[in-house]
Ligand binder design. Structure first.
Ligand code: DOR
Length: 444
């Protein structure tokens, strides 16, 4: 199908940074080595010394299809993701209707097969009454089972204690949780309403969606997982206290792993003054000290995976007063530039970043043949330019929502090119969507 040779690249893979060429044949990495030499039938792509990584596998995105497509759809958001270096994604079930059955998973996969530029998988959403589907989730080829143990966009809350216990008992695959205790949040909100009426300031969000709410819910998820020896992956950790609940070191062999999102490594409470409800998300962005604790936990392994939690909403939906403003940020398009800011700051090295965005999600979810620069693996690649920065401008935003929380900010790196299954899907701002992504396969 395609045959090409990427020359003059600096590869980052499995703890090593090294110069090499990389040959792609029929969508697969055929060869990695020095001075491979182009064959007569091959196109040559000169990386010009830039840095080649395995494409990001984002284990948490909201692409809004079906039912919320005024905010985004699988086509628009997967294109934005490719521009940000994300070649594979796992999409969340809080669509409309919810993704809580085999039929809904089938419909989403059919839609993605028609429109997704990246490789895709979907979560089955647990509800208070779909335990039979949860128990059979493995037959559906899903990324995992998503349990909202705290309510968020779409109100997909599972709050029946017996049902929660049964989910952890019966789940045949990984359970990914959103942990925030809803009764605690409601009580906090009531207090703030009493004090501020309709004028609750945006920086009250971390006091309403409080650290206590996060900790209480995460403790419950861990208790349930231990009780049933379930495979638990706690999403978007946001506080230092929760980090103490996870084991350091690589994810292999762990029954309980943790993820945080790029915006928690970037923003903190001080940013509400500048960005207001634009950075309102659930869980809330918390203190600078939490952000520093997260940086440390990414380095010592208590955080296993970095993801985006890309959650597009229209500006009109974000512009409402605090308690009505939608929660969530569009993030996929700036995923790699955003995480590479921490490389420029000297907080994360390139090998660590690649482990957290590609290798670890591949191993944790058992993604087949992706997530590494290895011969025989799918050629999901991203070329980043660490020397060329760019200012984020609204007119460049590809997500349907049409805005970015980073407008006017300058990132110090750019994504120069992205390949999906060997297809050059993005190069210097141009998308080529003539070849679409594939469904992820899981070996577990
Ligand atoms: O901020 C958030 N937005 N957190 C979630 O859990 C859901 C997401 C959304 O779907 O908008």
């Amino acid at each position: 199908m395609f045959s090409h040779l990427i020359v003059n690249a600096r590869l980052v893979n499995e703890g090593r940074v090294f110069e090499a060429d990389l040959r792609v044949r029929n969508g697969v990495i055929a060869e990695i080595g020095r001075a491979l030499g182009a064959r007569p039938d091959e196109q040559v792509f000169d990386a010009a010394g830039r840095t080649l990584l395995p494409g990001m596998i984002d284990d948490q995105v909201h692409f809004r299809e079906p039912g919320l497509t005024h905010k985004g759809d699988i086509g628009t958001e997967s294109r934005a993701a490719i521009a940000g270096g994300i070649t594979s994604y796992m999409e969340m079930p809080n669509t409309s209707p919810w993704t809580g059955s085999m039929e809904m998973i089938g419909q989403k996969c059919a839609r993605a097969a028609q429109s997704s530029l990246g490789n895709y998988a979907f979560y089955l959403g647990a509800t208070n009454d779909n335990l039979a589907d949860v128990a059979r989730a493995d037959e559906y080829g899903v990324a995992g089972i998503k349990v909202f143990m705290g309510a968020s966009t779409g109100n997909m809350l599972v709050d029946d204690p017996d049902v929660l216990d049964a989910i952890f008992r019966d789940a045949p695959c990984l359970i990914a949780t959103h942990c925030e205790d809803t009764p605690t949040i409601h009580a906090n909100l009531a207090r703030f309403r009493e004090r501020h009426g309709e004028e609750i300031p945006p920086d009250a969000h971390p006091d309403i969606r409080s650290r206590e709410a996060c900790l209480k819910s995460t403790l419950l998820a861990i208790e349930l997982a231990k009780r049933h020896d379930a495979r638990l992956h706690v999403l978007h950790i946001s506080t230092a206290e929760e980090l103490e609940l996870f084991a350091p070191g690589p994810p292999d062999g762990k029954r309980i792993t943790a993820e945080t999102c790029l915006h928690f490594l970037h923003f903190c409470r001080e940013d509400y003054a500048r960005k207001g409800n634009l950075i309102k998300c659930n869980p809330a962005l918390k203190e600078a000290s939490d952000r520093a604790a997260l940086w440390q936990a990414v380095n010592d392994g208590r955080i296993d995976v970095l993801a985006t939690d890309h959650a597009p909403h229209l500006l009109a939906e974000k512009s409402a007063r605090y308690d009505r403003a939608a929660a969530g940020l569009p993030l996929v398009q700036y995923a790699l530039p955003l995480v590479l800011e921490r490389y420029h700051d000297g907080i994360l090295d390139l090998s660590r970043i690649v482990e957290k965005i590609a290798h670890a999600p591949a191993r944790i979810f058992g993604v087949r043949n992706r997530g590494y620069l290895r011969e025989g693996y799918q050629a999901d690649l991203v070329l980043v330019d660490l020397e060329r920065g760019r200012v984020v401008r609204r007119e460049d935003v590809l997500s349907r929502c049409g805005w970015s929380p980073f407008e006017g900010d300058r990132f110090r790196s750019t994504v120069a090119a992205t390949w999906v299954n060997g297809h050059l899907a993005y190069r210097d701002g141009q998308i080529d969507d003539r070849i679409l992504g594939q469904r992820l396969e899981f070996a577990r």
